[in-house]
Ligand binder design. Structure first.
Ligand code: NAG
Ligand code: NAG
Ligand code: NAG
Ligand code: NAG
Ligand code: NAG
Length: 373
C-alpha cells in the first residue's frame, strides 16, 4: 500500500471517529488535534514542503485542515469510485491553486477556422475500451504547467505529439513555449484556449521541438523565437467534434487523443478512481481547464468496493462505471500518475462542450489565419 493510500484510509477513519466537520476546521480555534499535526507532517515529508515562519506554518496547517474537510465532502458527494483526500495541492487555497494551476478564461467565442464538425459516423463502431497509453511511445510524458495558466497550450501540444507519433511513428516533443511566446489570440501564461494554440501552429508553419525551445514557466511574455529553430511537427487544420460521447469515443479510437475542456472544480483534491458528478456538483456549463482525452473503458464492479472506510459506501455503484481517461498537466505526482478518470455518458463536468483536435500532416502552403472574432 502506498503512503498516500495508507494515509487517506487512516484519515477517513480518524475523521469519522472524531466527528469533525467543516466549521471546526475553518476556524482558527486554539490547539490542533495531534493527529492532524502528524498527518500534516507526513504531507510535508511526502511533498517536500517547508514554510518560512511559524505563522506561515500555522496558516498552511489551517488551509490543509480545511482542504481535508473539503475532500471529505467531495468524497461523500461522489457517485462513482473516486477518492478525494490529500494531494500535492492540499496546502493551497482554491484561489492560489487557480493561480498556479488553473484556469483559463472562459471562452465566449468560437474560432472562424476549424469550425468544421466531424461527421457522426464515428459513433457507429466503437470498441468497448481504448487506451492510447498502452501503445508504445504514443503518449508523451506528463507535463507540469506550474505557475503558468497554459493548460490550453499543453493540451494542444499533447494532442499534436500523440497524433504525430501515431501517424509518422516518430517521437516528437513540441515546444509549449513557442505556443506561449508566439500567441497572438490568447494571453500566454494568463490564459487562452486550445484553438489559440492551433492558430499559432498554422501561422508559424509548424512547431519547434521542446528540446530546442524549452518551457520556461514564466508568466512574463517572451519574444517569439519561431524563426530561430527548425520545425519538427506540422498541422493541416483543426476541427471541433460532435458533442455526442459515442461519436467522440469512435473518433478517439480511430484517430487518437483529442483535447477537451472541463470544469476543474473537483480536481484539486482528487486522488484516484472515476469521478461521477451531477450538474450541481460540477456545473457542465462553466468549463475552465483543457486536458487530453486518451481513452475510455468501464470500471469493474469491485473497484467501487475499495473505499470501504468512507461513509458514502452505500452509494458506491454496483454496476460497472463507464469512464473517460484524461491526461492532465499537473505533474506525475497528482492523480493516477498524472491522469484522471471521469464518468462517461452524461457530459460530466462539461466534457462534451469543446472537443477539439488538430489534424497533423507534412507542411503545406501557408494559409492566412486570424484570431477568432
Ligand atoms: C459542526 O460542528 C459544530 C460545532 O461542534 C456544530 O455546531 C455543527 O452543527 C456541526 N455541523 C455539522 C454539519 O455537523
Ligand atoms: C525540496 O525543496 C527544496 C526547496 O524547498 C529544494 O531545494 C530541494 O531540492 C527539494 N528536494 C527534493 C527531493 O525535491
Ligand atoms: C472553474 O470553474 C468552476 C465553476 O465555475 C469554479 O467553481 C472553479 O473555482 C473554477 N476554477 C478555477 C481555478 O478558476
Ligand atoms: C444523467 O444526468 C441526468 C441529469 O442530471 C440524470 O437525470 C440521469 O440520471 C443521469 N444518467 C446517468 C446514467 O447517470
Ligand atoms: C502571424 O505571425 C506574424 C509574424 O510572423 C504576426 O505578426 C501575426 O500577428 C501572427 N498572426 C496570428 C493570428 O498569430
Amino acid at each position: 500500500m502506498t503512503l498516500t493510500a495508507h494515509l487517506s484510509c487512516f484519515l477517513a477513519l480518524w475523521m469519522v471517529g472524531q466527528g469533525l466537520n467543516n466549521s471546526l476546521y475553518t476556524q482558527d480555534s486554539g490547539p490542533r488535534p495531534m493527529e492532524l499535526i502528524e498527518i500534516f507532517k507526513l504531507f510535508q515529508v511526502q511533498f517536500n514542503r517547508s514554510y518560512s515562519s511559524p505563522a506561515e506554518y500555522a496558516r498552511r496547517l489551517d488551509i490543509f485542515a480545511h482542504n481535508l474537510a473539503q475532500a471529505q465532502r467531495l468524497q461523500e458527494e461522489d457517485l462513482g469510485t473516486a477518492e478525494f483526500g490529500m494531494t500535492p495541492f492540499s496546502d493551497l487555497t482554491e484561489e492560489e491553486f487557480g493561480q498556479l494551476y488553473g484556469h483559463q478564461k472562459i471562452p465566449e467565442r468560437y474560432p472562424t477556422v476549424g469550425k468544421k464538425v466531424e461527421s457522426e459516423k464515428w459513433g457507429e463502431s466503437v470498441p468497448p475500451t481504448c487506451d492510447w497509453r498502452k501503445a508504445t511511445d504514443i503518449i508523451s510524458p506528463i507535463k507540469d504547467q506550474e505557475k503558468c495558466n497554459c493548460c490550453w497550450a499543453i493540451a494542444a501540444a499533447d494532442n499534436i505529439e500523440a497524433l504525430w507519433r501515431i501517424r509518422y511513428r516518430q517521437i516528437v516533443d513540441v515546444s509549449v513555449q513557442e505556443l506561449l511566446d508566439c500567441d497572438r489570440c490568447g494571453n500566454g501564461c494568463t490564459g487562452g484556449f486550445v484553438w489559440d494554440a492551433y492558430i499559432t501552429v498554422l501561422n508559424n508553419s509548424g512547431l519547434a521541438s521542446e528540446k530546442d525551445y524549452p518551457f520556461q514557466r514564466h508568466a512574463k511574455p517572451h519574444r517569439c523565437l519561431a524563426k530561430k529553430y527548425k520545425k519538427v511537427a506540422w498541422i493541416q487544420d483543426f476541427i471541433m467534434l460532435s458533442s455526442n460521447e459515442q461519436v467522440i469515443a469512435g473518433y478517439l479510437a480511430a484517430h487518437g487523443p483529442i483535447t477537451v475542456t472541463i470544469n476543474m472544480e473537483l480536481l484539486q483534491h482528487y486522488q484516484k478512481g472515476v469521478i461521477k458528478a451531477t450538474p450541481s456538483t460540477c456545473d457542465p456549463r462553466y468549463v475552465n481547464h483543457s486536458v487530453l482525452l486518451v481513452g475510455f473503458g468501464k470500471s469493474k464492479t469491485e473497484e467501487g468496493m475499495q473505499a470501504e472506510m468512507t461513509s458514502s459506501q452505500s452509494r458506491k455503484p454496483r454496476h460497472p462505471t463507464p469512464y473517460w481517461i484524461l491526461k492532465n498537466s499537473w505533474g506525475a505526482h497528482w492523480g493516477e500518475k498524472g491522469y484522471f478518470r471521469l464518468h462517461r455518458g452524461n457530459n460530466t463536468c462539461g466534457i462534451t462542450k469543446y472537443p477539439f483536435t488538430a489534424r497533423v500532416g507534412q507542411p503545406v502552403k501557408k494559409l492566412p489565419v486570424s484570431c477568432p472574432p
